[in-house]
Design a protein around this ligand. Sequence first.
Ligand code: HEM
Ligand SMILES: *[C@@H]1O[C@H](CO)[C@@H](O)[C@H](O)[C@H]1NC(C)=O
Ligand SMILES: *[C@@H]1O[C@H](CO)[C@@H](O)[C@H](O)[C@H]1NC(C)=O
Ligand SMILES: *[C@@H]1O[C@H](CO)[C@@H](O)[C@H](O)[C@H]1NC(C)=O
Length: 532
Amino acid sequence: MDLLSLTLTDWALGGTLLLFVLYKYGTWNHDYFKRKGIKNPKPLPFLGSMATMVFKAKPFAYLLEDICKEFEEEPFVGIFQFREPLVMVKDPELIKRITVKDFEFFTDHRQTITENADSLFSKNLFSLRGEKWRDMRATLSPAFTSSKMKNMFHFMNQCGQQLGDYLHKEISKQQPGKPFVLEMKDLFTRFTNDVIATSAFGVQVDSLTEKNNHFYTMGKAVTNFAGIKHLKFLGFMLFPKVMEFFGIGFLGKNEKQFFSDLVHQTISTREREGIVRPDMIHLLMQARKGELKGDHEKNGDMVNGSLKTKNIDLTDEDIEAQAMIFFFAGFDTASILLSFTSILLAIHKDIQRKLQQEVDEMLGEDQKLTYEKVQKMKYLDMVISESLRLYPPALLIDRLCVKNYTIPATEKQPEYTIKKGEGIWIPVYPIHHNPEYYPDPEKFNPERFSDENKNSINPYTYLPFGMGPRLCIGQRFVLLEAKVALVHILSRFNLTVMEKTPLPLRLTKDGFVMSVEGGFWVGATPRQQAAT
Ligand code: HEM
Ligand SMILES: *[C@@H]1O[C@H](CO)[C@@H](O)[C@H](O)[C@H]1NC(C)=O
Ligand SMILES: *[C@@H]1O[C@H](CO)[C@@H](O)[C@H](O)[C@H]1NC(C)=O
Ligand SMILES: *[C@@H]1O[C@H](CO)[C@@H](O)[C@H](O)[C@H]1NC(C)=O
């Protein structure tokens, strides 16, 4: 029988059969949760619960929020990330058990990049697992204590000064009295880049003035998950084994070489010439020599003192991998935080004014910013906390179950065993927008975090930096960085809503990254200071 002699019916029959097989393949495990008496939103073949994201019908944050609303009463629900079943945990008590009390069952993040695929990526703290993670975390923790941040302040403050000077220069090019209209994400990406360069890699650059400096271009390229990189990232998420087989690396060769040369050269120059510059490279070199001491203070990430300072053998590559994490974990997140905060301040003039008053008062006569002054700015802290609630840059936290774990039955759900290898999602954005925890949740209201009010917030409903021993190690670093930037801006400029400001703010529909439709356009004008 040759192809030509096939009739239309044969074709139709064959096609139907093929579709049926595909459908079965795409839905084969869709009764996974149902069989166990656990609720789940209705999945689609292949796409599972991710359809609205793939088709860019809705921001990813809303996809999560819709699921949480649909199953308001359930402590957790089942979802399908494409074909893979995951448990999405919403109940604060259960979140506490998974991230803190029963941490030993959930010590790792889910697999994205395998060790062989890209060691620079897989060797960094975020990706490390089990014992390797524990040792590295203990080694790095002393580099992120308050006293070390005080050293970092100096570098950040220089970048803040550059930021203020840049705005000043650009405004003076405008017609007098006309605001300078700028896109905040671009501004803060450049600022953040410069902070990373000086505090993590020991090089000084000014990416605001020298727009295309090499460090900035390389940093952008290394974190650019858009386009082909985005495909690669998806590839790793969905088929890590296949990507590994074909030897498809995650990071570009050139970029990898650039940063690895930079770290190597810096280390060897410093060792040869005995240069001490109190930045991250220095701290990591100290850690290698076993000279890095922690503070005698209660460290946020030492939840019950189980993590002790410990030294492990750090190779140059390990040091590189940890310095690179500033790019992977701290580049986009920090600029997202600053972009949202500044546009919120432009919209909420009264809050901006109040913050400027605090800044003016604290800066005092000499107008000089110090680490201590930043720490004393309470309202600044409230504003940033509220910005992180409303628009958490990491809108989701994940965990990997490493040992079978049984969630006891509740009125709502039967007993359920999370199997070793199963993933957990903790939907940060919907939790932050739940009116039960935050009345009038869409309102930007820093007073929620005032001394009187903040005690009424359940800590397991406020998760911008995660929770438990896996908490963001860069929290102190980024809070200081953001505060320094805001002080430099607000002490010298007013931020205003312009025609180009996309009001009301709407989250973008593509990707996992928090951003607004139309861009973070804000106007800046110099403040008339009485004295000058
Ligand atoms: C506003 C900015 C930032 C946000 C919102 C953020 C958020 C987070 C979140 C949610 C996690 C996962 C926590 C968990 O699973 O419980 C995390 C982990 C981490 N972050 Fe950040 N982060 C920020 C900035 C930074 C910076 C500047 C660094 C630079 C060092 C950094 C380094 C890390 C590392 C190393 C981890 C992994 C920690 C571990 O697994 O032990 N982050 N971050
Ligand atoms: C710390 O955690 C361990 C393991 O979960 C537990 O056995 C120990 O009692 C905890 N220590 C304190 C002081 O709570
Ligand atoms: C974990 O649970 C699965 C399924 O219930 C079971 O097949 C497996 O043997 C369990 N593993 C351990 C180590 O108990
Ligand atoms: C800056 O904002 C404050 C408060 O809104 C206002 O009093 C002041 O005039 C503004 N300065 C300029 C130059 O617009």
